[in-house]
Design a protein. Structure first.
Length: 349
């Protein structure tokens, strides 16, 4: 790589960053409206109607295919790291269904008149590296000339039908665990705005490149009633999807929610992602106890390649924590689920 190429800041070539590019939940509901309804295929075990992480298709003999796609614009300036993060994030959708990836194909958009092809090659190399670490091939893909750079994967996975984990099958009394801290959107916004302190530049990247492959093992635990990964809608958004799909309410203890400590520094300076504000506006009416700025913006902070949100039967909690510890995956108990009482879906204490 040349010195000129090394000096290019990829985040300056996109209006958004990572999963913060997601369309706000309220707007997405309008986009997904259709008079046709869902195509009646009994083999489609999970479709978009459940707002889940991926589609699941029954192929017989107790096996099912998982199909997902995820891509976004640069969340870091380094091309290789951008590729790794985007690929890790896409693979997470398979793990969040309790499955195992089989192969991936790339999705690349590149402003060929603005950015050199050598950088695009580095993005692909980062994606290829993440796939190799997951034990699968990056088997092909598609690229276009685009106004802004973007990259991601379409991933095919597999899962035993009995091990499928959805985000809408939680039970009353389930304990909620989270496996990565919040604050990625805040740190990436600080970097994009040129506010990040040198000693903080690699913190978000380290977390975003951590795989959620432990989801495959969690899929084998019957007491894990629901599973999802926390991405662009923030913790509150993805927890609300779980609550609404399962017809439950949730209580979370804000003091127990893991947060990247350095992100608080920038939040106190008023630095937060635009996506966090869009998220909050979409579901504020369904949340009590989060009107203070730190709670509002941290719990709505769009995560890129965020952690797994696990709803687990208390009787299986020790087993789940043992699996997480064996895989060197940190986790925090952040709350619980209970019967819907007709009020707000999430109470923040």
């Amino acid at each position: 790589m040349s010195a000129a190429t090394d000096s290019i800041r990829l985040t300056q070539y996109s209006h958004g960053a990572g999963c913060g590019c997601k369309i706000a939940p309220a707007v997405l509901e309008q986009v997904l409206k259709s008079e046709l309804g869902t195509f009646p295929d009994p083999r489609l075990l999970v479709g978009y109607g459940s707002k889940d992480d991926a589609a699941v298709f029954d192929i017989g003999n107790g096996r099912a295919l998982i199909s997902t796609t995820d891509f976004f614009s640069p969340i870091v300036d380094d091309a290789f790291d951008f590729g790794r993060i985007a690929a890790t994030n896409a693979l997470s959708d398979v793990y969040a269904m309790g499955g195992k990836p089989l192969l991936a194909v790339a999705i690349l958009g590149w402003p060929v008149e603005k950015l050199p092809p050598e950088l695009a090659a580095r993005v692909l190399e980062g994606g290829r590296t993440a796939c190799h670490q997951a034990g699968i091939a990056l088997a092909g893909g598609h690229s276009i000339d685009a106004p802004e750079p973007f990259f991601g994967l379409a991933v095919t996975g597999e899962v035993s039908v009995e091990n499928i984990k959805r985000n809408d099958t939680a039970h009353t009394g389930d304990v909620l665990l989270l496996t990565k801290p919040l604050g990625i959107g805040i740190l990436s916004t600080a970097m994009k705005r040129g506010l990040i302190q040198p000693e903080h530049t690699g913190i978000a990247t380290t977390w975003m490149c951590r795989s959620n492959r432990v989801g495959t093992a969690l899929g084998e635990v019957p007491g894990v009633h629901a599973l999802t990964d926390v991405t662009g809608f923030g913790l509150l958004g993805h927890l609300l999807e779980m609550c609404e799909g399962s017809d439950l309410n949730a209580t979370i203890e804000f003091a127990n929610v893991p947060v990247i400590p350095e992100s608080r520094t920038y939040l106190q300076q008023g630095c937060y992602a635009d996506g966090a504000l869009r998220n909050w506006k979409s579901y504020a009416a369904k949340v009590n106890g989060a009107s203070a700025l730190e709670r509002m913006m941290m719990l709505s902070d769009p995560q890129t390649s965020g952690g797994l949100l696990v709803a687990v039967d208390p009787a299986s909690l020790d087993q789940v924590q043992e699996i997480l510890e064996k895989a060197a995956v940190p986790s925090s108990i952040i709350g619980s689920l209970h019967a819907h009482d007709g009020g707000a879906r999430v109470q923040v204490d």
